[in-house]
Ligand binder design. Sequence first.
Ligand code: SF4
Length: 64
Amino acid sequence: MKILIDEGKCVGAGTCVLAAADVFDQRDEDGIVVLLDADPPHTSLPQVRDAAARCPALAIEVVE
Ligand code: SF4
């Protein structure tokens, strides 16, 4: 699994962090997403998929 994020699209909603806190974080200064793990274990796939599906800005792409 590979995760791609588009910081330019991110609106700092934080939904991804709530869905998968091991993989996503947000910058303190502006709330923009920070990718903690671009290639997480497959056990994280459901949470990562959920994060991508719920991101209001469609800023997360999951490549399996
Ligand atoms: S859910 Fe989407 S818009 Fe919100 S912080 Fe994560 S990547 Fe950014």
